[in-house]
Structures are given as C-alpha cells and as structure tokens.
Design a binder for this molecule. Structure first.
Ligand SMILES: Nc1nc2c(ncn2[C@@H]2O[C@H](COP(=O)(O)OP(=O)(O)OP(=O)(O)O)[C@@H](O)[C@H]2O)c(=O)[nH]1
Length: 400
C-alpha cells in the first residue's frame, strides 16, 4: 500500500504546526513544565517537512541536509522540554551531539541515500533511547497516563525508521522516492503524524496531571507547617467515622492548643511565633504513628486523628505529646530559650457509637477547655476513663 507522499507530508506539516501553535499559546517560559521547548521542537519538525516537500526542487543542502538537521533538532528540543519537566539538569552536550553529527555527516553523504537513511535512523533512535532512559529514571515521579502516551508516541517513528533502515540495508530499495514510494516510506510518514499527536497529547496530559496533583496538595496542606489543613482533616474525620461505624475499631481524636501563645507573639514577634508553630508540627510528626493523621485546625490549634486507638492508647499518646512539647528546647533567633507547653483535649468513640463529627469535636473541645481552665499543660478526656486505664497511662508517663 502506497500513498501520495507529498499529501502525507502536507498532513504532517499541518498537524505539527497546529500542535506547535496550540502549545505556543499556552506555554510560558520559565514555568518549568517544558511545554515551550516541546512546542519549539514541533515547529522544527514542521519546518523540516516543508523542506522535505521541496525535495527535487530545492538544493540538496536545504531539502536533505538542513531538513534532517531540523528533524534531529526537533527531537533535541523535545528532550530539553522533558528534562525541564523532570526538573533535572539538561545534558546539552548529549542532547545536541546527534544534531552536530548530523550536520557534518549529512553534508558528506548527500549522494549516498542508503547511508543517509541508516544514519538518520541511528541518530533518531539514539535520541529516543535517551528520552526513554530519562523517563524510566524518574518513573515514580512522572504522572501515570500521560507518560504511557509519550512513550508509545515516540516508539512509533523509531519503529518506522528502524524498518526503513533495515530494508534499505537488506535490499537496497529506494525507500525515499517521492514519485514511486515504497510502502515503508508511506508507513513512516503516516506513523510520524500519528506519533507526534500521541506524544504531544501525552505530554500535555503529563503536565496537567502534575499540575492537578500540586493543586490538590496545595488545597489540602497548611502552608506554614506542611501538615494537613482543616479541609483535609474534615474529610479524614468523615471517612474514619464511617469506618468506625462499620467496623469494630475505636477512633480517637486529640485537640492540641499552645499555651499563652499570644504572649510569645507579643514578646518575640509573629515570625518567632510561626517558627514555634513549625516546631510543634515537627514534634507531632515525630511522635505520631504512621496511621495517625495530624493537621493544623486553625491558629495555634492542632488536631490528631488516631484510627483504631482506644481511650487508653489515646491518652498515653496525648501525655507523650504533652511531655515532648514541654521538653522541647526552642531557641529564638536571638538565642533566648522559650518554655513551651500545650493543653490537650481528647475524646474516643467506641465501635458502634453513632456520634457524628460535631459531637466528636465538641466533646474534645470541651475537654480542651477543661485542660486550660485546670491550669494548662494538661491532658483531659471527654470520655470517662476507668481506673485500670489510668494506671496504664501513668506507667506510660514514667517511661517517657
Ligand atoms: N505567629 C502566628 N500567630 C498566630 C497564628 N495564628 C494565630 N496566631 C496567634 O495566636 C494567638 C492566640 O491567642 P489566644 O487565643 O489568646 O491563645 P493563647 O495566648 O495561647 O492563650 P491560651 O490558649 O488561653 O493559653 C493570637 O495572638 C493569634 O494572633 C499564626 O499563624 N502565626
């Protein structure tokens, strides 16, 4: 099966130019997503096909040498974009070496069609392998669906070019003829059109997937402490409450409030106050178990959700947190040591308890109020705790 090669080339020019234009409209230099360079790469490809279309009419230096150099430059620019996206240093020498080699070699091989076909296949395959290698190295950090499209899209022309080179070497057929095209010539140009669309859409999906993940992180993270924010904690609370209703697992909640924090702000300034909040967040991260979920509830108040934790376990953990903050040696920028303490209010929902979020938080909040009223730097629980639990708690305190 052969198609009219100039028509195929025209289709390729239209596809790559349209994609380049679209990317050019949305890309911003310096945003670190590589879209700008990817768009430049597509423009280089588009121009290369224009020059290939002029084969037979324009000078061989333009329609062969410059066209092939532009094709390889397009791939080099695509690689630059990808390295920017992966936030890795761009290995310019490695990326542009095939382009420099092509400029020299294609100039020398203008009259040797077989050598040109094989060389082009080898250089493009070398570029594709570099791209695949870079993506595999960052496999876990690269968003999922988009990268599959990019890899599939880039593999297709590699396959076409390798086949073309193999047939040229094996049978010496003229796979470059425009007048009486070899089916492989048709296949290669057809594959290039599909592959550039596939890879470019894949790349845009990759950029979008990463932006979505970042936005999600920003929407659910507290900017000052890096802990989960109130919105995330409300969602986590709802999920774990539903789980507690269906399973035989208790659920505990702690509300932690810094003592006399206004005094720290007034005396040492808000920046020091912020540093204290970060130190407390760090302390929480260090002391909670991996299944526990910690967040900033607002101002100088923190929240910890303790799944599958009964009242005794929650109280022991709360005491450990209180002691850890008390023992924390916080030093201000001008070298003063600040004593810190937190009051903690807690509550535990036993399995099957139909209480809702408001009731759980309300009870913990009342316990926190009690802890403040009773002199601060204390732990209070909303649910009654029996004598055996208290003994266990005291034992924990001693071990801390
Ligand atoms: N630096 C800093 N201060 C904050 C932030 N959010 C709230 N605050 C301050 O936290 C202080 C809270 O003061 P209060 O509610 O009176 O609480 P407190 O001084 O800790 O007193 P008690 O809770 O009764 O021990 C206020 O001065 C707020 O301005 C923040 O993000 N950074």
């Amino acid at each position: 099966m052969s198609a009219h090669v100039p028509t195929l080339l025209l289709v390729n020019i239209l596809i790559t130019a349209t994609l380049a234009l679209c990317l050019g409209l949305v890309a911003r230099r310096g945003r670190g997503d590589g879209l700008f360079h990817w768009g430049l790469g597509l423009s280089a490809h588009s121009l290369a096909y224009v020059l290939i279309l002029l084969r037979g009419q324009a000078d061989a230096w333009i329609s062969m040498v410059l066209a092939n150099v532009l094709l390889l430059s397009g791939m080099a620019l695509v690689q630059e974009g990808l390295y920017q996206f992966l936030q890795r240093p761009v290995p310019r020498l490695r990326i542009w070496l095939p382009v420099a080699l092509a400029a020299v070699a294609f100039g020398l091989l203008r009259e040797r069609m077989e050598a040109r076909v094989v060389l082009l296949a080898l250089l493009i395959l070398a570029q594709l392998l570099q791209i695949v290698r870079a993506m595999l190295q960052d496999w876990d950090r690269t968003p999922g669906r988009g990268k599959a499209f990019v890899l599939a899209g880039l593999a297709l022309p590699g396959l076409g070019l390798a086949l073309r080179a193999g047939v040229t070497l094996g049978g010496g057929m003229n796979v470059q003829s425009m007048v009486d095209p070899h089916p492989l010539q048709t296949l290669t140009f057809g594959l290039v059109a599909v592959s550039m669309m596939l890879a470019s859409f894949g790349y845009v999906i990759m950029v979008k997937e990463r932006a979505d993940a970042r936005n999600h992180e920003l929407a659910f993270t507290d900017a000052l402490t890096g802990l989960h924010n109130r919105r995330h904690m409300q969602q986590a609370l709802a999920q774990h409450l539903a789980l507690t209703r269906r399973t035989a697992m208790p659920l505990s909640l702690l509300l932690l409030d810094m003592d006399h924090f206004k005094h720290i702000n007034d005396r040492h300034g808000h920046l020091e106050g912020d540093r204290v909040l970060r130190a407390i967040a760090q302390c929480l991260r260090g002391w909670l178990r991996t299944q526990d979920i910690a967040g900033r509830w607002g101002g100088e108040e923190f929240i910890a959700l303790l799944p599958a934790t009964d009242a005794a376990g929650a109280r022991a953990l709360a005491e450990r947190l209180r002691t850890a903050v008390q023992d924390c040696t916080f030093t201000t920028a001008d070298g003063q040591r600040l004593p810190l303490s937190v009051s903690i209010g807690g509550h535990t929902l036993e399995p099957g308890n139909p209480a809702g979020i408001d009731s759980l938080i309300g009870t913990a909040d009342r316990a926190l109020y009690q802890a403040k009223n009773d002199g601060r730097n204390r732990v209070e629980f909303g649910s009654p705790i029996d004598a055996t639990i208290l003994v266990a708690t005291n034992a924990c305190q001693v071990s801390v």
